[in-house]
Design a protein around this ligand. Structure first.
Ligand SMILES: Cc1cc2nc3c(=O)[nH]c(=O)nc-3n(C[C@H](O)[C@H](O)[C@H](O)COP(=O)(O)O)c2cc1C
Length: 193
């Protein structure tokens, strides 16, 4: 069964980002795929130090939690990223992860190519569209496939749980997750022949 990995970039284990991804995972499971949610809460993901030692090796030499997450990304056919908005941008740890996973793929066997997914941003009031645009740069340079939804993938809420009251946001995120699953189900293999 094809896997879809959902990564929460929030430091809160049960915050709005996690609750949003749980809604997405339920939709993906209902369509017969295998979702797995992981949280960066409690995981240490440092910034890329541009040492170049990953080139052609597919493994990062920094001693933190990146390689474990990168292996899960490699195995999945789908990748959905959720980030809280911090000062108008995605949380730093999540961008650290994207830059380092991007290096492993880009300078290696391009394992990200043709994976299906995209970003979701959760904010109290402002910065969510800039944040999804920031994360989209990772998807598009890595030849990934990003389906749309009925609105942009942005949610409103401050305290944990408040984003679940944003009915349009929940509907948009769920529809996006379904569209990720539908595209994967239409593609026999990750790579076209
Ligand atoms: C350091 C920090 C910066 C934040 N910056 C913004 C911001 O620029 N715009 C905004 O609307 N909300 C901002 N927020 C609020 C969070 O994005 C919001 O509470 C979000 O729902 C948190 O998601 P979580 O519960 O998954 O952690 C910020 C919160 C923190 C802790």
């Amino acid at each position: 069964m094809a896997k879809v990995l959902l990564i929460s970039g929030s430091p809160k284990k049960e915050g709005n980002t996690m609750q949003t991804l749980q809604k997405c995972a339920a939709k993906i499971e209902a369509l017969g795929l295998e979702p797995e949610i992981i949280s960066l809460a409690g995981r240490k993901i440092e910034a890329c130090i541009a040492c170049g030692k990953c080139i052609g090796k597919g493994v990062c030499v920094l001693n933190d939690d990146l390689n474990e997450v990168a292996d899960k990304v490699r195995e999945a056919r789908g990748l959905i990223l959720g980030s809280p908005v911090y000062f108008g941008t995605a949380r730093g740890d999540l961008m650290n992860l994207l830059q380092r996973v991007g290096m492993l793929s880009y300078n290696g066997d391009r394992f990200l190519s043709y994976k299906v997914g995209g970003p979701i941003a959760i904010n109290r009031r402002g910065g969510a569209t800039a944040t999804i645009q920031e994360m989209l740069m990772f998807f598009f340079i890595n030849e990934m496939i990003v389906p749309g939804s009925t609105y942009w993938n942005i949610m409103f809420g401050k305290k944990p749980g408040e984003a679940m009251d944003d009915e349009e946001g929940v509907r948009t995120a769920e529809r996006f997750a379904e569209n990720v699953a539908h595209v994967i189900l239409q593609m026999k293999e990750q790579r076209p022949e």
